[in-house]
Design a protein around this ligand. Structure first.
Ligand code: ATP
Ligand code: MG
Length: 365
């Protein structure tokens, strides 16, 4: 890719503090490696609401559409609890996902060796863990119609959500999972509930057909999503890439997140469809954690989730695989040395702040 246009949307709470550490890396990569990143900044969430009365302005949406990748911090906080629902901070992220058509949400669960001992699971269960959950993000029961609460008139109401998936949606999300598996351990596990859901039957069928037609070299397993949840906790290392729908993916990725320790460690990527002409795809990278208002402004937030999200950006938007590997290795090295923010602090380790972690990662990169 010729251009490397990045839109930085730091957002609210600890978002800007975490983003500042990524900006240091971008500056170093431009200066020392001639990486050629062009950055623009925009407002999203509560900070955008304060400035324009909208969770993201049209001008910033236009910048997002023109960018090669968007780096997103976090949005929200108690300050904006009273604002109207349509312009609440989270609406900014939802608008970005919708307008960029980001249908594939990638959530890695990686356990850094230095943190295995302080996991809530046995070290041998999580040591060396590296799995990737690919969650469908724009369809399924969160969006299907009808979606309503009906008054039945006899003092009873009925809440309705509808799970809907069409063939093309299952084809494209499973295609993403198979492609990614080829760059990893070449193994995909598809999860649904075909025993009780029609959409699960179709999901299973389409994944199987997509595999047969285009990705027969990848190992494919199917698992019922409930059994999958159990296996994820019992022996997560049996998985490489898990592909699943919006609802199951939401839950399973949170379960997987807790295998690896703090929220402050976890990156994510959301990808759109490749452009028919250029092959490039819209993408947004964000930490899994929120704006953490309780620690915002104190300089103690863990910036690793945001930095690791930038590593995903290098890998998936710019094909800078060697640099992404080096960045992840640098994170691991900093942890090996015993540097910790408070959220991942354990006995015998050294507590440092946000900027010290960022500086240490830059130094080892
Ligand atoms: P959201 O609704 O935006 O997901 P949330 O309230 O569910 O937000 P977070 O904002 O992620 O969740 O915060 C949950 C807890 O985790 C808080 O106590 C917060 O301080 C802590 N936390 C989250 N991210 C980090 C981080 N990067 N470093 C340190 N602690 C964090
Ligand atoms: Mg939350």
């Amino acid at each position: 890719m010729a251009s490397k246009k990045l839109l930085l949307l730091p957002g609210d709470g600890i978002g800007p503090e975490a983003m500042a550490e990524v900006e240091k890396l971008i500056a170093v990569m431009n200066a020392d490696l001639g990486a050629g990143f062009e950055t623009e900044r925009g407002l999203v969430g509560g900070s955008a609401y304060d400035a324009h009365g909208q969770a993201i302005s049209e001008a910033d949406m236009a910048k997002a559409l023109a960018a090669d990748a968007v780096l997103f911090g976090a949005v929200g906080g108690p300050k904006w609890d009273p604002v109207p629902y349509e312009v609440r901070p989270e609406a900014g992220l939802l608008r970005l996902r919708k307008d960029l058509a980001l249908f594939a949400n990638l959530r890695p669960a990686i356990c850094y060796p230095a943190l295995a001992a302080s996991s809530s699971l046995k070290p041998e269960v999580v040591e060396g863990l590296d799995i990737l959950i690919v969650r469908e993000l724009t369809g399924g029961v969160y969006f299907g119609e009808p979606k309503e609460i009906i008054d039945l008139g006899n003092g009873q109401k009925r809440g309705i959500d509808t799970q809907v998936y069409d063939t093309f949606e299952i084809e494209r999300i499973s295609g993403v999972a198979f492609e990614l598996a080829r760059t990893r351990k070449n193994h995909v596990t598809s999860m649904e509930k075909r025993n009780v859901m029609k959409s699960g039957v179709l999901w299973n069928e389409v994944v199987t057909q997509t595999h047969k037609a285009k990705y027969a070299d990848v190992k494919l397993d199917h698992m019922l999503a409930d059994a999958g949840g159990m296996q994820l906790v019992r022996w997560p290392k049996q998985f490489d890439v898990i592909v699943t729908d919006n609802l199951f993916g939401d839950m399973l990725s949170d379960v997987a997140a807790m295998l690896t320790g703090s929220l402050g460690m976890l990156p994510s990527a959301s990808l759109g469809a490749p452009d028919a002409k250029t092959g490039s795809r819209k993408a947004l990278y964000e930490p899994v954690h929120g704006s953490a208002p309780d620690i915002a402004g104190k300089g103690i937030a863990n910036p690793i989730a945001m930095i690791a999200s930038f590593a995903m950006c290098l890998r998936y938007s710019f094909g800078m695989v060697a640099e992404a590997d080096r960045l992840e290795t640098a994170i691991s090295a900093v942890l090996d040395e015993g540097l910790r923010t408070r959220d991942i602090l354990s006995e015998g380790k050294t507590e440092v702040g946000t900027t010290a972690i960022g500086d240490a990662v830059v130094e080892r990169f």
